[in-house]
Design a binder for this molecule. Structure first.
Ligand SMILES: [Zn+2]
Length: 69
């Protein structure tokens, strides 16, 4: 999927109007739900896929990825 390059985190996905969440990389310490309970923030866990152009945020509905400019 093509990433969308943005200056800052979009509030809503421009494609489906879904909520856009911050992506966390690495081994998750708990579930996404548990993380929300703990931090009050929604995250999407991406596991250990580290590349040169990792996205910073992703749409919770359609999975559209966003990367900081
Ligand atoms: Zn979307």
């Amino acid at each position: 999927m093509e990433q969308i390059i943005v200056k800052r985190k979009p509030r809503k996905c421009p494609k489906c109007k879904g909520d856009v969440y911050e992506i966390l990389f690495g081994e998750p310490i708990c579930s996404e739900k548990e993380m929300f309970k703990r931090t009050g923030k929604h995250y999407i866990f991406y596991g250990c896929i580290i590349s040169d152009n990792d996205p910073n945020w992703a749409c919770s509905k359609c999975g559209q990825e966003f990367r900081k400019e």
